[in-house]
Structure formats: structure tokens, C-alpha cells
Design a protein around this ligand. Structure first.
Ligand SMILES: Cc1cc2nc3c(=O)[nH]c(=O)nc-3n(C[C@H](O)[C@H](O)[C@H](O)COP(=O)(O)O)c2cc1C
Length: 194
């Protein structure tokens, strides 16, 4: 299965890192692109240094993971920039309100926007994983518009009914729901009723 993972500048970098590892574990070929703000949040939240160069962030994020290709934000030669390339699923995790608003307006300014808009126009699975609180009417309208256009809005809001003991347990809860949306088996979190 071929999956695009866009990483934008909302808080939630641990979700992106965990999701990437889970996609690789599931045998996916993964194309990754992060926005400039996405790199900043990855550097801040995963490595404790907002000024870490993008190359260093990239190497730490994908080091040791097979089947992952990282594309620059302006690399429109990437397969994910065109509907003619075969791609099974697209995820933006975390999804900032800036990217959400851009997508809702139909505009695009980087490869993450382009890939997500390709998913919508081709009627393919697009999972947007936003994080912001509280939400303005503009945010809410943007989410409704994207849902109506076919995107899945999977908010970065973990449940607590699986009795989490660690932050990783909370992260896994949300990542498991994303894997479900992509039709991938997940064993990260016990299903309700099992
Ligand atoms: C550490 C940090 C955390 C942020 N958290 C959020 C957030 O949770 N949600 C959000 O919408 N924007 C957040 N922002 C602001 C976005 O990064 C900013 O709006 C940026 O323009 C988003 O651009 P992008 O969508 O191209 O990544 C955060 C910024 C930083 C530096």
C-alpha cells in the first residue's frame, strides 16, 4: 500500500512519528512531506530544539525506517503531486488550522496542500488530523466543507476508555484510529468489546 503523510505545524509531532513507524510496520511505502512549520514543531516537540536544521530533523525522523521517501515542500515532481500516480491513502498529521483553511479554500502552496487536494479531486481516502482549541466558526466551517468534499476529519483527541498508562498509550489510541481509516490492521490498542 502506498501512503502519503503530510506533516504540518500544529502541535502533535509524536502522533506523526508514531503513525509513520506504524505505516512502515504495516509494510506501506510512505512518502513524507513536512511544511516549514511542520519541521519546527517536529524539532521542538520530538527533539527539544526548535532551531534544529530540517535535514537533521528529517534524518532523525526517518532514520532506520524502510520504504520512506521524504520530499521537499516545493517538490512537485513527487508522485503525490499528481492524480496520475497510484496512491492508496493520504494523511495530514498533525494538520494545522492554516493548512486546513488553505485546503478548504481550494488553494495550495506546498506539496502537502497539493497531495491533499489531489486526494479530494480523485475521490481517494484523505484523513486530516487537526489540532487546535478552542475552534472558531471559521475552523469549524472549514472542517465541515472538507468533510463534505470527502475528507475524514480525525481530530487529535485521544479517548481514555482503553485505560492509558503512558503518553504513548494516548498517542497509540489516535494512531490506531488513523490506521483503521486507511484499512490497515492495527494491534496498538485493544478494540472496545474485545
Ligand atoms: C510549537 C508550535 C505549535 C503550534 N501549534 C499549533 C496548533 O496546535 N494548531 C495550529 O493550527 N497551529 C499551530 N501552530 C501555528 C502554525 O504552525 C502556523 O499557523 C503555521 O503557519 C502553519 O503552517 P503550515 O500549515 O504550513 O504548517 C504552532 C506553531 C508552533 C511553532
Amino acid at each position: 500500500m502506498r501512503v502519503f503523510l503530510g506533516i504540518t505545524g500544529a502541535s502533535g509531532a509524536p502522533y506523526a512519528a508514531r503513525l509513520l513507524a506504524a505505516l512502515v510496520d504495516a509494510g506501506c511505502e510512505v512518502g513524507v512531506s513536512a511544511s516549514a512549520a511542520g519541521y519546527e514543531v517536529l524539532a521542538t516537540e520530538l527533539y527539544g530544539d526548535a532551531s534544529l536544521p530540517h535535514d537533521e530533523v528529517r534524518d532523525r525522523l526517518v532514520g532506520g525506517l524502510d520504504g520512506v521517501t521524504v520530499y521537499a515542500g516545493n517538490d512537485y515532481s513527487a508522485p503525490y503531486a499528481s492524480g496520475s500516480a497510484k496512491v492508496d491513502g493520504y494523511v495530514v498529521c498533525p494538520c494545522s488550522m492554516a493548512t486546513l483553511g488553505t485546503l478548504a479554500s481550494g488553494a495550495m502552496d506546498n506539496l502537502v496542500h497539493r497531495a491533499a487536494s489531489v486526494a479530494l479531486k480523485e475521490g481517494r481516502k484523505l484523513v486530516l488530523m487537526p489540532r487546535e482549541t478552542p475552534l472558531s466558526a471559521i475552523h469549524l466551517e472549514g472542517m465541515l466543507r472538507l468533510r463534505q468534499a470527502g475528507a475524514v476529519i480525525l481530530f487529535l483527541a485521544p479517548g481514555f476508555y482503553h485505560e492509558p498508562k503512558t503518553i504513548d498509550d494516548l498517542v497509540d489510541f489516535v494512531v490506531a484510529r488513523a490506521l483503521d481509516q486507511l484499512g490497515l490492521d492495527q494491534t496498538l490498542v485493544r478494540r472496545w468489546g474485545q
